[in-house]
Write a protein that binds this ligand. Structure first.
Ligand code: PEP
Ligand code: MG
Length: 914
């Protein structure tokens, strides 16, 4: 008893066993054909053998019991449908035997067309079609495909028999050529296999089915699956379908189309058509097809029908489709439909336009865009062109974008060259806080050390500049003013091009192609993303320029302003140094009083730019010796001061060297920094808090709405936080008393030490918000240095000891466990406490998804990562909302009742909400 619909599935205009939801069993092609039949789209009838049968065959080398009979019955059914019989010399049925996996693997597996031809059937086909040339052309195609795919004869051997490989489209081969060609192909098959070409059509079908099963395991298909992470166990389905012929003359042809333009996303049916040809002619690329407009001119009725079907398919699938079609003597048939592969630009445009057309929801539009697509459209690109340019080296892709410039080997040189109007690439071992001016002057940075959260990487992202870190093949010779990169030695001043997205550095000046950030579709999508994530993505911005960029990118506020960067400006650094070197309290206060108005001006500008949005200003964090010149620099300056007999300067510099030596620490990352500085030098905290609040009062007087937040770094204990909160409040009270007014401000603590996470509840009662500094939290939890861990992180990843760089994607098991504990305990004692993340992970899509799932309220990241962070946060918010919906749906009846009641939803049908 034959039971169709479990291993063999038929499809025709009148009868369909499968449907579009059965991809896993019928493959993309088989399920698409079944669904198109259900939609009454003209499709040649046929049947699909399931992937389960393929897997059985691959395992046992034979078909499961009974499938042979089911195939035979399906062939009989197909003969009834078409009114033709396989092997009937008067009017033969010909079929295609086509592969089709659940996940599209374009061109990787095999297909055989025109199965069912032999000498007698070829004559019958000639008589029926009235064209011997067409019949011979179909036969030679079968011999070629069957020979290669089923009989495994090298393709080149059979192709070499063709008169001219570039002109083997159907229309190019005359009857006079085809006649002997068919005979030669048969001879070649006999010679290669020792057997004549199999003339029994049913045997041809059976052999072709097995060949398609076998093609699942061919090398190129395996390689494709490895690259795309497709499971080996899925198997392919096989579809046997009545042939329709695109090679029956000028009113016939074959083509492929897209329901929207796959590279621009424009809403038009786009595609190519090749008259008088079969499908493989397009794929083989032997002839150049014409645009679909040509079809509109030669067969306007077919073109109109095709456009209508494209619209029907897109509306049905609610996504851009890529379809294959054949026209046989003016009659249109669709042979395949699937979701179209598209460029990032096209993906954004089509998602936005489909949502505007109400074909999909805005949420679905957001869900269709990946962070990688955004990175691709936003970063300026190196225009490498068609030429294969080899990179000099590849480091860590620390900040996206591209830059070309002349090499500077120090910040000082970078500034000098930029002042001359040159585009500069700063190449150094690593950067530190006092390289900030050199970095501001350069177009991009290449460092030989450092990871994804090293100084260079963090600053580059904040500045929206391209940066490659940890490029170990970069060796700088400062004496000779040269840099060796891989095999090349370049002099300072020579051109270098960087590709931040891939971490590749190229010799010379490659052209750049700017990204179009103002693209209206992109802007619309990001607007929807901001709505969906509750406007919860802020920017890390240290200067008014950074704040302007962040605002332009749609930041909800500033989540981290690292104030130390403000002290490195040339007019501020001498006061900072004098303050550090001061021996008396009086001298120290005098220098701080010089710094206060300078800081205040910077904050005023930030508050004006971010009016109505929160601005989180972090109190001084780095150890003080970072503001002093290095010992080598001081030694050099002292020697030259002495040489010039400037004894006063020499004495000052010697004092500075002594102080720097006294402040020096063997482990500065765990040293006298962060909130420890505020406790031992309270006058610094006092100056900064006064500058923040005075700035806020000043801009409020000017009509702006400042929202200051004062954040304390590197807190480890409740005692530190309560002391510092007290000091901040006392200073605020003094400012307000002096100014005769008050202003709302918030106090927060960074959580960047494991101990702080463990006692977050005790800290939370003293603050309005907690912000995870995941850079230091990762460093301190793993005990991996943020700046020099590349030498073991990469080998760890290679050996699968780590799955990802924990400075790029948050470590959920360790750092995440601390965060979850901290959030739960802090919200337990202070439910209103806001939770943020301001480490670099705040811009990493995978980390963002996790943060929102554990109760983080907002993230903050460099402005260059704002777009991707907004998208990732919107997607995370969708996931969280649907998880909450599911858990609500699962509530027992009474709990659901009370949950609704407390939301103010009336439970009485028809009654107004309470
Ligand atoms: C952090 O540690 O995550 C942080 C934001 O602070 P910084 O990077 O300045 O140390
Ligand atoms: Mg930190």
């Amino acid at each position: 008893m034959i039971g169709f619909g479990s291993r063999v599935f038929r499809f025709s205009e009148w009868l369909v066993d499968g449907d579009g939801s059965m991809r896993a069993l019928l493959g993309g092609k088989g399920s698409g054909l079944a669904e198109m039949c259900r939609l009454k789209i003209p499709v040649p009838p046929g049947f699909t053998i399931s992937t389960a049968v393929c897997n059985f065959w691959l395992e046992h080398g034979r078909l499961p019991a009974g499938v042979d009979e089911e195939i035979a019955a399906a062939v009989e059914w197909l003969e009834d449908c078409t009114g033709r019989k396989l092997g009937d010399p008067a009017d033969p049925l010909l079929v295609s035997v086509r592969s089709g996996a659940a996940i599209s693997m374009p061109g990787m597996m095999d297909t055989v067309l025109n199965v069912g031809l032999n000498e007698a059937c070829c004559q019958g086909l000639a008589r029926r079609s009235g064209s011997r040339r067409f019949a011979l052309d179909s036969y030679r195609r079968l011999l070629q495909m069957f020979g290669e795919i089923v009989l495994q004869i090298p393709r080149a051997r059979l192709d070499s028999l063709l008169p001219d490989q570039r002109s083997c489209a159907a229309s190019a081969l005359s009857e006079g050529i085809l006649e002997p060609l068919v005979a030669e192909l048969k001879r070649a098959i006999q010679f290669a296999t020792g057997h004549p070409f199999p003339v029994v059509p049913r045997a041809q079908v059976a052999m072709a089915i097995e060949a398609v099963f076998r093609s699942w395991r061919c090398e190129r298909a395996r390689c494709y699956r490895r690259l795309h992470g497709i499971e080996e166990t899925l198997g392919t389905a096989v579809t046997i379908q009545a042939m329709v012929f695109g090679n029956r003359g000028e009113k016939s042809g074959t083509g492929v189309g897209f329901t929207r333009h796959p590279s621009t996303g424009e809403r038009l049916v786009f595609g190519e058509f090749l008259a008088n040809a079969q499908g493989e002619d397009i794929v083989a690329g032997n002839t150049t097809p014409s645009p679909l407009d040509v079809l509109a001119r030669t067969m306007p009725y077919v073109h109109r029908q095709l456009v209508a079907m494209a619209e029907q398919l897109e509306t049905h699938y609610r996504d851009v489709q890529d379809f294959e079609f054949t026209v046989e003597e003016g009659r249109l048939f669709l042979l395949q439909t699937r979701a179209a592969k598209r460029s990032a630009v096209a993906a954004i445009r089509t998602a936005v336009e489909m949502a505007n057309e109400k074909l999909i929801s805005r949420d679905e539009a957001i869900g269709r865009i990946t962070p990688r697509m955004l990175q691709e459209v936003l970063a300026p690109q190196l225009d490498v062109g068609d030429a294969e340019v080899q990179p000099l080296t590849q480091g860590l892709a620390a900040s996206a974008g591209a830059a070309c410039g002349q090499i500077a080997l120090s910040s000082h040189e970078a500034v000098r060259m930029a002042e001359e109007g040159l585009s500069v690439i700063l190449v150094t071992e690593e950067t530190t806080a006092d390289d900030i001016h050199g970095m501001a002057a350069a177009a991009g940075f290449l460092t030989s050390r450092g990871g994804a959260t090293s100084h260079a990487a963090v600053v580059a992202r904040g500045m929206g500049k391209c940066c490659i870190t940890g490029a170990q093949a970069v060796v700088i010779d400062a004496q000779a003013a040269t840099v060796r990169i891989g095999g090349a030695t370049l002099r300072a001043g020579e051109w270098l091009s960087l590709e931040g997205n891939t971490g590749r550095a190229f010799e010379g000046k490659l052209p750049l192609r700017p990204a179009d950030a103002q693209d209206p579709h992109l802007q619309t999508l990001l607007g929807w993303a901001r709505q969906a994530n509750g406007n919860s993505v802020r920017a890390n911005a240290d200067t008014p320029e950074d704040a302007c960029r962040a605002l332009a990118e749609g930041a909800a506020g500033i989540g981290l302003c690292r104030t130390e960067h403000m002290f490195f400006a040339p007019e501020r650094l001498p006061h900072m140094r004098a303050m550090i070197l001061a021996v008396s309290q009086e001298e120290r206060l005098r220098e701080l009083n010089e710094l206060l108005p300078m800081q205040q001006t910077g904050f005023e500008e930030m508050f004006r730019i971010m009016s109505g949005r929160p601005v989180t200003i972090r109190l001084l964090d780095p150890p003080l010796h970072e503001f002093l010149p290095s010992r080598d620099e001081l030694d050099g300056e002292i020697t030259s001061a002495r040489r010039e007999e400037d004894w006063d300067l020499a004495t000052t510099l010697e004092k500075m060297r002594e102080r720097a030596a006294a402040l020096g620490e063997s482990n500065p990352m765990m040293g006298h920094r962060g909130c420890r500085l505020s406790i031992t030098s309270p006058e610094i905290l006092h100056m900064q808090v006064a500058a923040i609040l005075q700035a806020a009062l000043r801009v409020r007087d000017q009509g702006y709405t400042p929202e200051p937040e004062i954040m304390v770094p590197l807190v480890a204990s409740e005692e530190e936080m309560s002391t510092l909160a007290g000091m901040i409040r006392k200073t605020a009270a003094e400012v307000f008393a002096r100014e005769g007014t008050t202003l709302a401000y918030r106090i927060g603590s960074m959580i960047e030490l494991p101990r702080a996470a463990l006692v977050a509840d005790a800290i939370a009662v003293h603050v309005d918000f907690l912000s995870f500094g995941t850079n230091d939290l990762t460093q301190m939890t793993y005990g991996f240095s943020r700046d020099d861990s590349r030498t073991y992180i990469d080998p760890y990843i290679e050996r699968k000891i780590l799955t990802a760089d924990p400075f790029v994607t948050v470590d959920r098991k360790g750092v995440g466990a601390l965060m979850e504990l901290a959030i739960r305990s802090a919200k337990g004692v202070h439910p209103g406490v806001k939770i943020g993340v301001c480490g670099e992970h705040g811009g990493d899509p995978a980390s963002i998804e996790y943060f929102y799932s554990i109760g983080v309220d907002y993230v903050s990241c460099s402005s260059s990562r704002l777009a991707t962070a907004q998208l990732a946060a919107a997607q995370a918010a969708r996931t969280r909302a649907s998880a909450m919906q599911i858990s609500h749906d699962r509530l027992p009846a009474t709990e659901a009742h009370f949950a609704n009641a407390s939301r103010g939803t009336s439970l009485v049908p028809g009654a107004a909400p309470v």
